[in-house]
Write a protein that binds this ligand. Structure first.
Ligand code: HEC
Length: 117
């Protein structure tokens, strides 16, 4: 009885010292592994409809399309531009569902926040 208590105490000590960071890393990768990509829907719509003018990284700028990294439009304003179009950009309200437009708008914000490689 007493031996097992001492043993348990030692085990606890070993885990408390050495196990800390290893445990943390494991948790992180588990979360990444099980999480669904919140940008997946927007990425899909973007790849399908937006790449020809905006490019994969949002910097292509065909027909005067703005680099998303330089855009200061917020989510609402982007949704508005994508829904109703502007200038040379076509409206997407008859092509995409409102939630796809929102997802695509979020994806353009994500692209704009990407660091240069
Ligand atoms: C036919 C080419 C074309 C396609 C396809 C296109 N865009 Fe555009 N986009 C443009 C152009 C050109 C502008 C600049 C419009 C202007 O201000 O005159 C623009 C502007 C924008 C803006 C506003 C950027 C800013 O800061 O002014 C957003 C956001 C945007 N596009 C997102 C999208 C998304 C998302 C898609 C796909 C669903 C898409 N675009 C598809 C050409 C295109």
């Amino acid at each position: 009885m007493r031996i097992s208590i001492v043993f348990a105490f030692i085990i606890t000590l070993v885990f408390a010292c050495g196990g800390g960071s290893a445990d943390g890393t494991k948790k992180g990768s588990l979360e990444n592994g099980t999480q669904v990509d919140p940008l997946a829907a927007g990425k899909k719509a973007y790849k399908q409809f937006c790449v020809p003018c905006h490019g994969m990284d949002g910097k292509l700028g065909i027909n005067g399309a703005r680099d998303f990294a330089e855009s200061d439009l917020n989510l609402e304003e982007r949704i508005e531009v994508i829904t109703n179009g502007r200038g040379m950009m076509t409206a997407f309200k008859s092509v995409l569902k409102p939630e796809q437009i929102k997802a695509a708008a979020e994806y353009t914000i994500h692209l704009g926040n990407q660091k240069e490689d």
